[in-house]
Design a binder for this molecule. Structure first.
Ligand SMILES: [Zn+2]
Length: 368
């Protein structure tokens, strides 16, 4: 078979799962040589992720880092791809038969010397750490000024990605969406093809949909397609969307071509209920992580500061609260938490992690 795209490395010799399209209006060839946006909408378990993996196989480099909490991305470890890099949190020691790098040590050159770069939530001890890692990746992507072939970014649940922006930056949902749109535009500029999937139209704005070169519609159940593209019903029967098997899809392209398609299900795809970490004998071990402060969380250093002000400087809870800019209820809550740690484990872990010196000091709450 003559391919209309170039593959490198282990993909030169392996079988690439195929995508077949029966065009109902117009005709076109999916262009794998340019940075394109693939958007996929469909119910849970409608085979979105599997389609993403099949599309990914057409690109020389796959970056799968925005995955779901079931560690689905690890399935690449049993794909035909040989050059795989696992990226883990700085606090994680990973025992695995694949190459491993901590996010803090990952360089642009190292990232680009692998065919598949992947990270999963299970490699981080907190959500915060994972979100910071995604920021680091985004920074690295932007260093890609020159490229011959597009790389491929697999974003398995676009809404997770949005929440991650809310998580790190304290953005509102609206800000996060705007950021995500900007991110998608930028990534194209730096030579990344994107696959973004979503359960519903409503979680993907019109603006986001307009970015897509290829929109794949999978089983949409009773929800159906959004009004602005309902014209596709002239070419594809509405009933064909409810109960579409996971290997089928309808496609609408930015050139307004419409077709029905099917694809070879990747054999390495994760089966529901499988524990991939266990299967590949991947064992992450975590050290103690220092918890950071944000508007909702009192981090370890801030907690220790509160305890010091109360114990050493003998200030009232109200004074301490004013200094750290929290409510006095929060200060009282942390004194209780500190004492509870000492009562239960003989040590306050928050104080211990930052070596405050007060980790075993019981606090007598005599000043309000
Ligand atoms: Zn403490």
């Amino acid at each position: 078979m003559v391919l209309n795209y170039k593959v490198i490395g282990s993909r030169e010799t392996c079988e690439i799962p195929e995508i077949r399209i029966d065009w109902k209006r117009g005709w076109e060839k999916i262009d794998w040589n340019k940075a394109k946006h693939h958007l996929c909408v469909g119910q849970r378990d409608s085979g979105k992720s599997a389609l993403g993996e099949t599309i990914a196989m057409h690109y020389p480099q796959i970056i799968d880092i925005y995955g779901s909490s079931d560690q689905e991305g690890l399935a690449w470890c049993r794909s035909p791809i040989e050059e795989i890099l696992l990226v883990v949190g700085d606090n994680c020691d990973l025992n695995a038969s694949w190459n491993v790098t901590k996010i803090g040590d990952l360089t642009f050159t190292e990232m680009n010397s692998y065919e598949c770069v992947l990270t999963v939530p299970g490699f981080y001890s907190t959500d915060h750490e994972l979100w910071n890692a995604l920021e680091t990746f985004t920074g690295l992507f932007k260093k890609r000024i020159r490229f011959n072939n597009p790389s491929f970014l697999l974003i398995r649940e676009a809404s997770n990605f949005l929440y991650s922006r809310i998580g790190t930056k304290g953005d509102t949902g609206k800000d996060a969406k705007r950021e995500f749109i900007r991110f998608q535009r930028e990534m194209r500029h730096f030579g990344y093809s994107l696959f973004v999937d979503s359960i519903r139209w409503t979680s993907i704005d019109r603006e986001m949909r307009d970015l897509a070169d290829y929109t794949y519609l999978k089983d949409l159940s009773y929800v159906g397609v959004s009004k602005d593209i309902s014209f596709i019903y002239k070419y594809v029967h509405p009933r064909s969307f409810a109960g579409l098997g996971p290997q089928y899809f309808a496609i609408l392209t930015s050139k307004a071509n419409i077709g029905l398609g099917d694809f070879d299900y990747p054999q390495f795809h994760k089966i529901p209920g499988e524990d991939l970490m266990q299967q590949f004998d991947i064992r992450p071990e975590f050290g103690d992580v220092i918890e950071l402060s944000d508007s909702q969380t009192v981090g370890d250093a801030e907690h220790a500061e509160m305890m010091k002000l109360y114990i050493e400087d003998e200030l009232s809870m109200q004074r301490v609260a004013a200094i750290v800019n929290r409510s006095s209820g929060t200060v009282m809550g942390h004194i209780n938490r500190h004492n509870m740690g000492i009562a239960r484990k003989k040590v306050c872990m928050k104080c211990k992690r930052v070596n405050s010196g007060f980790e075993t000091t019981w606090i007598d709450k005599k000043r309000r």
